[in-house]
Design a protein around this ligand. Structure first.
Ligand code: HEM
Ligand SMILES: *[C@@H]1O[C@H](CO)[C@@H](O)[C@H](O)[C@H]1NC(C)=O
Ligand SMILES: *[C@@H]1O[C@H](CO)[C@@H](O)[C@H](O)[C@H]1NC(C)=O
Length: 490
């Protein structure tokens, strides 16, 4: 037989096989494009613009569909109704974290972002409780963020009103807030130790967002056999874990159980209380990886949002002017902004919400996984299936937001100019996996932005109408294009 005929026959068999596997008899997966063997629908998806790819598929297949991003099916939920039905109404079923093999492998099942089961439950409960306890303590989280906001302004002052790219300074501040919460002290922005640490975290986020890693994540066999930057991910993480272990040792030596200073102290106390139980999840390894996760989850997300916010404020000076008017009326020039001010500043509050809605930082959320065979609408999603929820489709819903593709704080204001809440505000996701740092992130965004606008007039280098605000999509996140601006002190 001719080789081509053999190949064609072979491929058709595989195709039939994969079609047959889609229909296991116990119920069916949602509809979707026909997958090729092994590579699935990979060629029909633009890895650089997954958000748009999902929009295109949803037009054809509706709000619940199946894609094969490799050999295994992924169920995609598109639009508020489907996302809410899964994450909130069926919260327990959809609470597991889907695997991102490169990141998951490095954590060996520890930590909070990529862990599952009992370990995740206990670590998450502890983390939320400790963030709350630290929020109410003598030196509370708001103080720490306010202090950092002042340091941020001092650092911006050093630019002397000259053009600068704000990326670096804006990523120091959120990183320092995490430092302050987990190990008591912030660092100077020029501290070598601090720089190294940030470099390693940033390098990993850069690698994990690259299209190559998206390929590795969908074809995990590649991870062990192909050379590539994913090896650097492990090396960087070795460095950060070693560093964190050193810090944890210092904490063990100076621990005063009656006076916990920070997250690490609370954890060490919890660990000694649980020491009698054999199966305790509160091990030192889990602590190091959990702290690592807080840095990874809490630094780049917040700093990218701040950087995008400033770009939007440059593009729309009338919005900036209204916010500054509110700052003048409610806070004035001399007092530090505090969280209590927010309720008297509806326009500013709306602006911060609108920034988060508009920039749509994590368009397809982090992957989830179903914890058991789940009946969802008329489909059956087998245990362990990856679930992608399009946060983008919720944040850009045109029934909820009058002009979703436009940046306009009015989306979060009623006719009287009062702040208007929306159930569609899901940049932090929803349900059992909702961002564990939501409260902290919102505090940082409000305090950093108001403190900057209280102290500076921001000047763009080009006419606002020529400022490009189109996102540069990278793997998981939507980033603003690079830009420069001047901070002119009042
Ligand atoms: C603007 C800033 C931020 C945004 C937009 C954001 C968004 C998100 C999103 C979308 C998730 C995934 C939720 C899901 O799987 O359904 C997440 C998870 C998480 N975030 Fe944030 N986040 C931000 C800041 C922070 C900060 C400051 C912290 C620090 C405490 C943090 C800690 C976490 C943790 C620990 C998780 C994993 C939760 C889990 O898997 O149970 N985030 N975040
Ligand atoms: C989505 O569909 C539009 C129009 O059909 C097409 O131009 C675009 O390339 C598609 N985008 C992706 C990422 O598939
Ligand atoms: C836990 O218990 C073991 C043995 O009972 C002891 O050696 C160890 O130091 C204890 N660890 C902590 C953190 O208290």
């Amino acid at each position: 037989m001719d080789l081509t005929i053999v190949l064609v026959l072979g491929l058709s068999c595989l195709l039939l096989l994969s079609l047959w596997r889609q229909n296991p008899g116990r119920g069916t997966l949602p509809p979707g494009p026909i997958p090729l063997p092994i590579i699935g629908n990979f060629l029909q998806i633009d890895v650089k613009d997954i958000r748009q790819s999902l929009t295109n598929f949803s037009k054809f297949y509706g709000p619940v569909f199946t894609l094969y991003l490799g050999p295994r099916p992924t169920v995609v939920l598109y639009g508020y109704e489907a996302v809410k039905e899964a994450l909130i109404d069926h919260a327990e079923d959809f609470a597991a974290r889907g695997s991102l093999p490169v990141a998951s492998k490095a954590r060996k099942g520890f930590g909070i972002i990529f862990s599952n089961g009992n370990r995740w439950k206990e670590t998450r409960r502890f983390t939320l409780m400790t963030l709350r306890n630290l929020g109410m303590g003598k030196r509370n989280i708001e103080d720490r963020v306010q202090e950092e906001a002042q340091c941020l302004v001092e650092e911006l002052r050093k630019t002397n009103g000259l053009p600068c790219d704000p990326t670096y300074i804006l990523s120091c501040a959120p990183c320092n807030v995490i430092c302050s919460i987990v190990f008591q002290n912030r660092f100077d922005y020029n501290d070598q130790e601090f720089l190294h640490l940030m470099e390693k975290f940033n390098d990993n986020i850069r690698i994990l967002s690259s299209p190559w890693i998206q390929v590795c994540n969908n074809f995990p066999v590649l991870i062990d056999y192909c050379p590539g930057s994913h090896k650097r991910v492990l090396k960087n993480m070795d460095y950060t874990i070693n560093y964190l272990m050193k810090k944890i040792k210092e904490h063990q030596e100076s621990l005063d159980v009656t006076n916990p200073r920070d997250f690490v102290d609370y954890y060490l106390i919890k660990r000694s209380q649980e020491n009698h139980t054999q199966s305790s999840e509160f091990t030192l390894e889990n602590l190091a990886i959990t702290v690592n996760d807080l840095f990874v989850a809490g630094t780049e997300t917040t700093s990218t949002t701040l950087r995008y916010a400033l770009l939007l404020l440059l593009k729309y000076p009338h919005v900036t002017a209204k916010v500054q008017e509110e700052i003048d009326q409610v806070i004035g020039r001399h007092r530090r902004p505090c969280m209590q001010d927010r309720s008297s500043m509806p326009y500013t509050d709306a602006m911060v919400h609108e920034v988060q809605r508009y920039i749509d930082l994590i368009p397809t959320n982090l992957p989830h996984e179903v914890t058991s065979d789940v009946k969802f609408r008329n489909y059956l999603i087998p245990k362990g299936t990856t679930v992608l929820t399009s946060l983008s489709s919720v944040l850009k819903d045109s029934k909820e937001f009058s002009d979703p593709e436009k940046f306009d704080p009015v989306h979060f204001l009623d006719e009287k100019g009062n702040f208007k809440k929306s159930d569609y505000f899901m940049p932090f996701s929803a349900g059992k996996r909702i961002c564990a740092g939501e409260g902290l992130a919102r505090m940082e965004l409000f305090l950093f932005l108001t403190t900057i606008l209280q102290n500076f007039n921001m000047k763009p280098l080009v006419d606002p109408k020529d400022i490009d605000i189109t996102p540069v999509t990278s793997g998981l996140a939507s980033l603003p294009p690079t830009y420069q601006l001047c901070f002119i002190p009042f």
